[in-house]
Design a protein around this ligand. Structure first.
Ligand SMILES: [Zn+2]
Length: 246
């Protein structure tokens, strides 16, 4: 029988002083648990991180990565190549490749649809980088967004689609969940009549390890509103997309 690791319920702290004695990751986790907020790999937890704590987090991650290198029996003292590896990787995780967990949503201005645009609009290909939550291996891909606004929709600048996509992808992700998260975010902001998202990506856990299959790419799509019911609209979107793809 598989062993289930039960999370120990956090001790109730009485004072901020007690909380301040904990490592930053424990403090942040405590706030998340108190707020009943999920903190899976692809969740954004920015609202629970206080000023200065990301610097503390980086130092914590660095110390743990140093232990990983030690456990891998790598001599990080004499090997000049790995001297600073723990530090570099910690910075890369917290500030770059996983920053979509720790940074708030990028500012996006929404404009009312004064021209009452109601034509199918396609944005893409947007280049996206992510990492799979299973192996922490890179994912490189492209995203296409199809949107059919109505007179009540909010419009956002073209470059903002890329910024929102980047924010969602810069987390350890699962491609199926990433496209759904992106769809939900755009649905909430733009409120279009229908929305379609296609993502095609290379998963390096397929190339670098496992079956070492170098040709496999994964394609996922989310279709909402009229895209679900209207085969012509769906076809129009997919044909525009293949033309753009060259
Ligand atoms: Zn993987």
């Amino acid at each position: 029988m598989a062993t289930t690791l039960k999370q120990v319920p956090p001790r109730i702290f009485r004072s901020e002083e007690e909380l301040a004695e904990l490592p930053a990751s424990e403090r942040i986790r405590w706030r998340l648990v108190q707020a009943g907020q999920r903190y899976h790999a692809n969740d954004n937890i920015a609202a629970h991180v206080r000023e200065g704590e990301l610097t503390e987090l980086k130092a914590e991650v660095q110390a743990k990565l140093q232990e990983v290198l030690q456990a891998l029996v790598i001599d990080t003292e004499s090997d000049h190549n790995t001297n600073e590896t723990a530090k570099r990787v910690a910075k890369m995780y917290v500030e770059e490749v996983f920053r979509g967990r720790y940074q708030p949503m990028p500012a996006v201005t929404e404009f009312p649809n004064v021209e009452r645009l109601n034509e199918l609009m396609i944005v893409g290909p947007i280049t996206v980088r992510s990492a799979c939550s299973h192996h922490m291996c890179p994912i490189f891909g492209k995203v296409w967004i199809g949107i059919l606004p109505n007179e009540h929709s909010n419009l956002i600048g073209l470059s903002k689609y890329a910024r929102i996509a980047d924010w969602i992808m810069s987390r350890p992700q699962i491609q199926e969940e990433a496209v759904t998260m992106l769809a939900n975010e755009l649905q909430d902001r733009v409120r279009p009549d229908c929305l379609a998202i296609v993502m095609e990506a290379d998963h390096f856990c397929m190339h670098w390890r496992g079956v070492k299959d170098t040709d496999s790419a994964m394609v996922n799509s989310v279709m909402r509103g009229a895209f679900l019911k209207d085969a012509n609209l769906r076809r129009e979107f997919l044909s525009l997309l293949s033309r753009k793809n060259g």
